[in-house]
Ligand binder design. Structure first.
Ligand SMILES: Nc1ncnc2c1ncn2[C@@H]1O[C@H](COP(=O)(O)OP(=O)(O)OP(=O)(O)O)[C@@H](O)[C@H]1O
Length: 598
């Protein structure tokens, strides 16, 4: 088996040998001779495949890995690349990090278990069936159905009514596990896959505890912090639906600079407010300028908690924690990824907290079909993208992630002439532009949305069919969150990740996620070495330096060509309009109907 078969065979990895003939030759110099002798690279690589002796998917094959592909030297040690193409899943097993084997059940829909309240006797079966793991002292029992909100906690009727208004028949596993903890007013650390309904799991208990809107000015009683203003806005919209029928005063603060005029016209300190949804930077700014007082906050939620406890945000999160000085402050941390360092940090400021984890910690949503596509070098990316388009694999709506604002802009300029309905979103665009793009994407006017890490977390676009990682993500968390923009709320999704030779040393981090979430991964990929901690840190600090998108595409010429084509099209349209007009004039003169142009 040749390396390209190893790369393409059965493991969710595709490689277009015709298109990337140059790369094929790079790995198989002898193919250059073959193509010189008239055979196509594809034919040649078939010939090369048979040299390896074994061919076809899932066959027992002893493969010698070419030096260029043995990124980690592991094949050199073992002398083989792939034992068989069968993944753990195909073998009917899915191994979990905790050593158990997962039941093949649907995590976000019911469990088939009776909806009666959980008892001491049924607790363990219930947790197992919902793949919930809990830790802590006297962790409150999960709720099995919405009915329990009224029966067990006497949740207000308007809240239950609004909840039923959503049409959601049963709580998702994280809602089952985490809501009980929050409703019982305990500190909480909660982890569950992307798109599994974590937002509701914290919004409803907050409203439950606040009871009724404040009658007098008491300051904020609940604060929800999110890393981006898009996410803050989304949380606000979900909260508003849940609040219908009550006059809750909710304030959304985000990173937009508040002008002096706005501040004096609407000083938050003088207003009655109940709930604050905010980005950290803006909140810290408001605290420092005495715009608001957080001493009455009794519920603090850090959404995307691991992001908020990362170096960039840590100082701000610390300031927020310090400003929330109420002795009865309860804290809840939510994320789809909770690296152990983050958990350790959380332990330092949480009190007698409960830990609720759904599924395998830090794994991707299992409804997402994940694949890796080797594109050779940067030069291969645009070709690979265009071949996905030609093959009809780029089914809108698509989110396409790149590693920097600059690259987002460059790629936008490349694709905008391709007839794709494409737009771009990043933090340098104005608030109005960002909101406009999001609305256009939601309406379906934008098919492919090029984005940076800004859109990686929390954003809930219904029905994104494909996430394309044009640039390899810098951390495993970024990978999990990026691809988590598809496959949400029980829907299926697809994620494709391009990788170049430069990304290869980090490939195993994604492979690990793929394996944990039950994707088919060939054995040789599983045998790759994990990158060292240092290498991971380095990549986290700064992305891989990549060739400019336009240079890689050789497209200074390409773009000129597109402009020329566009001008030709416009010229032809102008001529057509002129012709039509003169036909009509002629028809008017002769009394005949002009010919209809279809
Ligand atoms: N009980 C439920 N039944 C069905 N759908 C639900 C339920 N609860 C929430 N949803 C829907 O699931 C989708 C994802 O919810 P949400 O945005 O809260 O996910 P999340 O777990 O916070 O994801 P992420 O980790 O990406 O932030 C939303 O569209 C939401 O409307």
């Amino acid at each position: 088996m040749d390396v390209f078969q190893a790369l393409t065979g059965g493991g969710g990895i595709r490689f277009d040998k015709n298109r990337f003939a140059r790369d094929v030759q790079l790995f198989h110099p002898h193919l250059a001779d073959a193509s010189a002798s008239g055979s196509s690279p594809a034919e040649s690589s078939k010939q090369a495949s048979s040299v390896g002796g074994q061919n076809g998917k899932g066959t027992q094959a002893s493969i010698v890995v070419p030096k260029e592909l043995d990124f980690f030297g592991s094949a050199a040690k073992t002398g083989k690349l792939e034992e068989d193409g069968t993944s753990d899943k195909a073998k009917g097993k899915r191994k979990r990090v905790d050593g158990g084997e997962d039941a093949e059940e649907d995590a976000s829909e019911g469990t088939g278990i009776s909806e009666g309240p959980v008892t001491k006797e049924t607790l363990s079966t219930f947790l197992k069936a919902n793949r919930i793991r809990t830790k802590g002292t006297d962790v409150p029992f999960p709720l099995a159905s919405w009915r329990e909100l009224e029966e067990r906690w006497k949740v207000h009727k308007y809240l239950v009514r609004n909840l039923h208004g959503t049409g959601w028949k049963t709580p998702t596993p994280i809602q089952k596990g985490a809501m009980g903890v929050m409703l019982d007013n305990r500190d909480l650390l909660a982890g569950a896959p992307t798109g599994s309904g974590k937002t509701l799991a914290f919004l409803l208990p907050i409203l439950y505890h606040l009871g009724v809107p404040a009658a007098k000015k008491e300051g904020f009683r609940a604060v929800i912090v999110s890393p981006t203003r898009e996410l803050a806005q989304q949380i606000y919209e979900q909260l508003r639906k849940l609040c219908q029928g009550r006059k809750w005063r909710i304030c959304v603060l985000n990173n937009t600079r508040v002008t002096q005029a706005e501040e004096s016209a609407d000083p938050m300190t003088r207003k009655k407010y109940d709930i604050l949804i905010t980005t950290p930077l803006r909140l810290v700014h408001a605290i420092e300028n005495n715009e608001l007082d957080l001493s009455n906050v009794q519920h603090l939620v850090l959404d995307e908690a691991d992001r908020l406890l990362e170096q960039n945000f840590l100082a701000q999160t610390d300031s927020i924690l310090a400003a929330c000085s109420h002795p009865k402050l309860r804290k809840a941390l939510f994320s789809a990824t909770l690296p152990s360092g983050v958990e350790e940090m959380a332990n330092t400021f949480m009190v007698d907290e409960c830990r609720v984890i759904v599924g395998t910690k830090d794994a991707a949503n299992e409804r997402i079909e994940q694949s890796l596509v080797f594109v050779g070098s940067e030069d291969g990316k645009l070709h690979a993208l265009r071949s996905l388009i030609q093959e009809g694999k780029l089914k809108p709506p698509v989110l396409l992630f790149v590693q920097s604002i600059e690259r987002a802009k460059e790629l936008f300029h490349e694709l905008v002439y391709d007839g794709l309905h494409v737009d771009v979103i990043h933090s340098e665009r104005s608030k109005v532009q960002r909101e406009g793009v999001i609305q256009a994407f939601k309406r379906g006017d934008v098919w492919v949305l090029i984005c940076t890490e800004l859109m990686a977390r929390g954003i809930d676009f219904k029905g994104v069919s494909l996430v394309l990682n044009y640039d390899f993500p810098q951390t495993v968390q970024s990978y999990v969150h990026r691809i988590g923009r598809t496959g949400r709320a029980g829907k299926q999704g697809e994620a494709i990740t391009f990788f170049t030779k430069d990304d290869a040393p980090y490939l195993k981090t994604v492979v690990n996620v793929m394996r944990q979430s039950g994707c088919d991964v060939p054995q040789w990929l599983l045998e790759l070495k994990n990158p060292s901690q240092n290498a991971k840190k380095k990549l986290k600090r700064a992305p891989i330096e990549r060739k400019d998108v336009r240079v890689a595409a050789g497209s200074i010429v390409g773009r000129k060509e597109s402009i020329r084509k566009r001008e030709m099209k416009e010229g032809s349209k102008r001529r057509k309009r002129k012709e039509d007009a003169s036909n009509k004039a002629e028809a008017r003169g002769t009394g005949k109907e002009p010919a209809t142009v279809v």
